[in-house]
Design a protein around this ligand. Sequence first.
Ligand SMILES: NC(=O)c1ccc[n+]([C@@H]2O[C@H](COP(=O)([O-])OP(=O)(O)OC[C@H]3O[C@@H](n4cnc5c(N)ncnc54)[C@H](OP(=O)(O)O)[C@@H]3O)[C@@H](O)[C@H]2O)c1
Length: 291
Amino acid sequence: MDSLRPQKHTQPYSAFRIPHSAFRAGPALITGGGTGIGRGVALALARRGVDVALVGRRAGPLAATARAAAAYGVRAVALPADVADPMVRAALPDRVRAALGPVRILFHCAGVAAGGELGDLADGTLEQAIAVNLSAPLDLTRRLLPDLVAGRGMVVLLASETALVPLPAAAVYSAGKAGLRAAAESLRYELAPQGVRLLVVYPPMTATAMTRGMAAAAGLPRFPLAHPAAVGERIVRALESGRTTLPPTPGDRLLAWAYTLAPWLVRAVLQSQRTRFRQMFAENQVEGNGD
Ligand SMILES: NC(=O)c1ccc[n+]([C@@H]2O[C@H](COP(=O)([O-])OP(=O)(O)OC[C@H]3O[C@@H](n4cnc5c(N)ncnc54)[C@H](OP(=O)(O)O)[C@@H]3O)[C@@H](O)[C@H]2O)c1
């Protein structure tokens, strides 16, 4: 499907080798680090000499990303774990510390789209999605706070445009991301005085397992999709430059602005596209995340 093929990431890797004092302390824990944007982030950090611990359910993608990261000369470990499980989350900090030492950079990239209208969702989808998209980032941040405070570390949360403009057939995903956004804004008051930096990211539409097939399912010729490696690099650069928010694309900002000024208008347009969104977010499009 040519229209969904990511654009080539042309910038030479050597251009990214920017030693930065903020990263001297590493290591980084990246949930969802085996695929998509999380993989892009992991490799962008590895290029800067940061050790990385990669978390996800599937060992295969984690091992592949760990190998690619290790090629930059850093320590890279794959830690298979289901972050939806509170017991697994409780054990994770010690597993990372045993492998790499105290965590200094915490990236929450794990996510599930959990699309579909509420009436179409299978049993358990709602709980799983809220656990991965909302509970896990907050709980893991809480559990790793002593490391982050001790090392004046950094936390990165991946929100979504749906946190600003909830879409049809995406109630659960929109709720999780809006909750994450609100939690992040509250966390700023708590983390800043403790010397922990927080970056909230609104990624552009990116060519990953999560979006694969959405355009085709909706009968659209194409979406403009960013390359996950380029998005990962951009996020790490934003972190390096001390930003606290990586805002949505100009187009997404325009939509959010229109939604604030004339919500009835945006809702009417989205309502007219309900069938398309149902097809795009159909649960079978987003389960599995098989990158
Ligand atoms: N792609 C976009 O256009 C876009 C736009 C806005 C926001 N985002 C957000 O960006 C983040 C990354 O998504 P992506 O686009 O890169 O998609 P992706 O490649 O599907 O990444 C999602 C990652 O989450 C992991 N994951 C899912 N459930 C998990 C669980 N229970 N425990 C541990 N790991 C789990 C997956 O690994 P396993 O399946 O192996 O567990 C996978 O590596 C998500 O939070 C997403 O909501 C993406």
